[in-house]
Design a protein around this ligand. Structure first.
Ligand code: DX5
Ligand code: ZN
Length: 208
């Protein structure tokens, strides 16, 4: 399974140094929160653009914001490779996905723990590059994995064509990653950044 490191758990005093320690991660996940869709406020467009200079790794920008359509252009130009929007955050998800594609970026649809996988039935598969299953309620790092999402992960794996990536986000560690075998990537914050050796932690998760 691919491992994307979530910068939300990095030391905010030295994000660039932290990023340089993550060269073995398959991608870098940026949690963008607006204090509205979720309570917390995190990184803006300039932060993404500044760190784009440091690495060629995949940047997965996870927008936990209301009205994500207002922000797609800015994050695309800042250097996002994948822009993941919440199914619950826009009245016009088709339009948002089209907009992401119009900038040549990959799309992701994030689903809150209580959102049904049926939601995906009505979206053309050409518009979906990845689905991100939230295994915690979005808004902060360091929460416990919600085990009811295990069923959702397998249902979504059965529903989608095989070229669509399936991610899990929240509470991932050596024990919980075992529950997510149908996923193709895992977003990991605390487990990596609470360790002394980030590469070793990434290696351990990839080899569970
Ligand atoms: C939660 C974020 C996650 C978070 C994961 O809202 O979307 O990406 O950083 O952190 P951990 O791995 O600590 O649950
Ligand atoms: Zn996230």
């Amino acid at each position: 399974m691919n491992i994307y490191a979530s910068m939300l758990s990095a030391n905010p005093c030295c994000l660039g140094d932290e990023l340089r320690e993550l060269s073995t991660a398959d991608g870098i996940h940026w949690d963008i929160m607006d204090g509205n869709f979720v309570d917390n406020i995190t990184f803006g467009v300039d932060v993404i653009a500044a760190h784009r200079e440091i690495t060629d790794q995949i940047f997965d920008v996870h927008l936990m914001v209301n009205a994500p359509e207002k922000h797609i252009k800015n994050f695309a130009e800042a250097g996002a490779d994948i822009i993941t929007v919440h199914a619950e955050s826009s009245h016009h998800l088709y339009r948002v996905l089209d907009l992401i594609k119009s900038f040549g970026k990959k799309t992701g649809i994030a689903l809150n723990p209580s959102t049904s996988p049926d939601f995906l039935k009505y979206i053309n598969s050409e518009l979906i590059d990845s689905v991100l299953i939230m295994t915690v309620s979005p808004g902060m790092s360091g929460q416990s994995f919600i085990y009811s999402q295990k069923l959702k992960i397998s249902l979504i794996a059965q529903m989608l064509s095989h070229d669509i990536e399936i991610g899990v986000d929240g509470g991932i560690n050596e024990q919980t990653i075992i529950e997510c075998t149908d996923a193709t990537y895992a977003v990991v914050g605390s487990y990596i950044f609470n360790s002394d050796d980030y590469s070793e932690s990434i290696h351990k998760l990839k080899n569970v």
